[in-house]
Design a protein around this ligand. Structure first.
Ligand SMILES: [Zn+2]
Length: 238
């Protein structure tokens, strides 16, 4: 293996470009995986939620089914890193908001990016997955109707995602952006709510964000910058 950059968080695309509906896939998973073996993202057309573990890419689609995805498929937005995280603590049982603030308390700094990984048993996990959008793409806010919500109690699996300082909202999802994949690969998605019973928390700190923009994508190049992108993001996310 080459020297793996375990202090670098790689990101293709931005949260901000999804807001006006730039959903076309602009980087292959093959290229993405040259920058890490662990991460999250979405496929071309906002097709489902990706969970990347051990270099394998899983998609939770809008029917809730978990699929393995080939490396030629493209992403409009994804984060990856080379996993080399540290065990922090056993956490739980805690309900969603308390769980999130417990993780926040464990962060060595709130001004750096972190990979957040939790494994073990979860009392309840509520996820969503977006259905594939077709051109002409709607705005991110308009895709809310195309979201399906799933919920599972007493589920073993992996919670994987990132913490981004509020300052970088627009580039990334500010705060926690978490996805879930059950151990038996039958359930997962973008996490809306998570209660844990007995889980282990692992964190990995990044000193560097490697942001890769879709410079060759015509729609991205031509998109008029929004005057108030943070407001647009807040309204699309709620
Ligand atoms: Zn997500």
């Amino acid at each position: 293996m080459n020297m793996k950059k375990t202090k670098v968080l790689y990101q293709h695309g931005t949260l901000a470009l999804l807001v006006p509906g730039l959903f076309a896939g602009t980087e292959t998973l093959g290229k993405l995986l040259e920058h890490g073996d662990t991460g999250i993202g979405t496929l071309d057309g906002l097709n489902g939620e990706l969970i990347i573990l051990d270099g394998k890419v899983y998609q939770v689609n809008a029917t809730g089914k978990v699929n393995r995805i080939k490396k030629r498929e493209k992403v409009p937005f994804a984060n990856v890193h080379y996993q080399k995280d540290q065990f922090i603590d056993k956490i739980g049982p805690l309900k969603d908001e308390k769980l999130r603030s417990a993780i926040l308390d464990k962060l060595p700094s709130q001004n750096l990016f972190y990979a957040v990984r939790m494994t073990g048993e979860f009392a309840n996990v509520k996820t969503r997955a977006v259905a594939q959008q077709k051109e002409p793409y709607p705005t991110l806010k308009q895709t809310a109707d195309a979201q399906k919500v799933f919920e599972k109690a007493h589920v073993k699996g992996t919670l994987i995602g990132y913490y981004a300082p509020q300052l970088y909202g627009g580039v990334a999802v500010p705060g926690f952006h978490l996805h879930f994949l059950s151990k038996d690969h039958s359930f997962g998605g973008h996490v809306l709510k998570v209660d844990s019973v007995a889980t282990k928390l692992y964190l990995q700190e990044f000193a560097q964000l490697d942001l890769h923009l879709p410079a060759k994508n015509k729609a991205f190049r031509k998109q008029k910058p929004s005057k108030d992108i943070l407001k647009d993001i807040a309204s699309a996310e709620n």
